[in-house]
Design a protein around this ligand. Structure first.
Ligand code: BG6
Length: 474
């Protein structure tokens, strides 16, 4: 019996922005097509741009695609139904009057007494003022329960330990921690959700998941595109803040944590925090930083980071970082975790590679060295889990070769892999907090990167140049 949600409103603060169009609306539409949203739902965009309902619908309609198998005519029908549930209110984020207008509009639409999700698709400076306005108009005296109000916020959650703490404190004056859903969209990715299942629902991996058997763990995130169109934001953050502090450290936490007592958000969070607290903070001698420079690919000139009109000529912002983490606990002592994040690289790929130790006492004669086993968890593209084993090559002599035990999602499963936002939005509506970041996790992960961020900034460390489309600094 599918879980039916109660009627609710979804208010998107910052509805005229890129995140709304590219991620939120398509995810909501997919959920709608799958009958996972309640019939009585209103999606209300709120932003400063001067739009009305019809103009708002016009801005989002081309982002609606039927990902799931639906006949063309059915798809159009669904689109029209969905658009009729989308509304728009123009207002200022710090204006109580604008939020009163929003509240009146919701009442007019017809679900005023129902549950409301506020999605902050705006930068942190604006989400505090918006949350304040929401607090004064909507949630006052009605913090959580029935009807509920939940606030979703997107990273960046600060620039370092101190600013993150300030954000956490300002938000806690307005909302309870239980009302806040901090999104790291990597946690909504199918393969990332599978990491805990792989580790704790299979007997075969966990006994090997430690420094006796594992040599190193590499977690890599690379993207072929540069910072075009986002350089204004990116230059104030850099890749360590943009990807490493959140997506990659969340993966480290899931790969490295101890087994939680149960699958509740609290137990999972406790184990993640425990792991993150045992990671040594990164310093200059265990990181390399780079910045992409222009290059010519297939006859096309790809401009370097510094050529972007939104980037100052002398910017020292890193677009690539490779760090080695040491985890100071019994399970992981001596096992390096290599983290790589880079933009404008040769491939777009996210992968976790667990490299096992070499067999200590080989009994087979082989030409050359026998590789060790590795388990590769490919998050994207082409989701897969591959176990590299050593195998006898069929034939009359004894030749050993590496072979793969593969689980390729596209061929193994008929189901479409949902977009991370579909899963995360649905979880917020259900009140399931497992895949969201709690304040303690944020604090622990900022503590890992803040020392090196401070040194990079204070000592004005120049990143090494690497060619656009390459595999990073040499
Ligand atoms: C975002 C970063 O969090 O993740 C972007 O801000 C990055 O810089 C993006 O491009 C990558 O997400 P995905 O899901 O495309 O790997």
């Amino acid at each position: 019996m599918p879980y039916r949600l109660k009627p609710c409103n979804i208010v998107i603060i910052g509805a005229s922005g890129d995140l709304t169009r590219r991620k939120l609306i398509p995810a909501l539409f997919s959920l709608y097509c799958n009958d996972l949203l309640p019939d009585q739902i209103a999606i209300i965009g709120f932003a400063r741009s001067d739009l009305d309902d019809l103009k708002f619908r016009d801005t989002i309609v081309r982002y609606l695609t039927c990902r799931y198998e639906l006949e063309q005519s059915k798809c159009h029908e669904k689109m029209n139904e969905f658009l009729n549930k989308c509304f728009y209110v123009c207002g200022n984020y710090n204006s109580i009057d604008s939020f009163i207008e929003l509240k009146d509009r919701i009442r007019e639409i017809g679900f005023s007494e129902e549950n409301t999700l506020f999605y902050m698709a705006v930068p942190p400076s604006i989400f505090i003022e918006s949350a304040n306005s929401i607090h004064h108009t909507f949630t006052k005296g009605n913090k959580l329960q029935n009807p509920w109000s939940r606030i979703v916020i997107e990273k960046p959650f600060g620039r370092d330990s101190e600013s993150s703490k300030k954000l956490i404190n300002s938000l806690s004056e307005i909302s309870d921690e239980e009302q806040i859903y901090r999104i790291d969209h990597y946690l909504g990715k199918e393969v990332i959700q599978n990491v805990m299942i792989l580790r704790f629902a299979n007997l075969i991996f966990e006994p090997l998941w430690n420094n006796r058997f594992i040599d190193s763990i590499s977690i890599s995130w690379t993207e072929k595109i540069g910072c075009e169109g986002r350089a204004g934001y990116f230059d104030n953050y850099g890749i360590i803040r943009d990807v490493m502090q959140n997506h990659l450290l969340q993966i480290v936490a899931l790969v490295g944590m101890e087994k939680p007592e149960n699958f509740s958000a609290e137990c999972i969070c406790d184990k993640k925090v425990e792991l993150l607290k045992s990671v040594n903070s990164i310093d200059l001698d265990n990181i390399t930083v780079g910045q992409y420079a222009n290059s010519t690919i297939n006859g096309k000139n790809e401009p370097g980071y510094l050529e972007d009109p939104d980037v100052p000529d002398d910017s020292l912002t890193e677009t690539y970082a490779k760090a080695t983490l040491a985890i100071n606990n019994d399970r992981w002592k001596g096992v390096p975790f290599y983290l790589t994040a880079g933009k404008a690289m040769s491939t777009s790929m996210t992968e976790i590679r667990i490299s096992f130790k070499k067999i200590s006492n080989p009994i087979f004669n082989s030409h050359g060295e026998i590789n060790s086993n590795s388990l590769v968890i490919r998050v994207q593209p082409n989701e897969a889990i591959e176990l590299n084993i050593i195998n006898k090559l069929p034939g009359l002599d004894q030749q050993l070769e590496e072979a793969k035990l593969n689980l390729h999602y596209a061929s193994a499963f008929q189901q479409i892999v949902p977009d991370a936002y579909e899963r995360l939005i649905l979880d917020v509506l259900r009140g399931d907090r497992n895949l969201f970041i709690r304040a303690e996790e944020l604090e622990a992960s900022w503590n890992i990167v803040t020392p090196v961020l401070n040194r990079l900034e204070q000592e004005k460390i120049k990143p090494e140049f690497y060619a656009f489309g390459s595999s990073g600094p040499i």
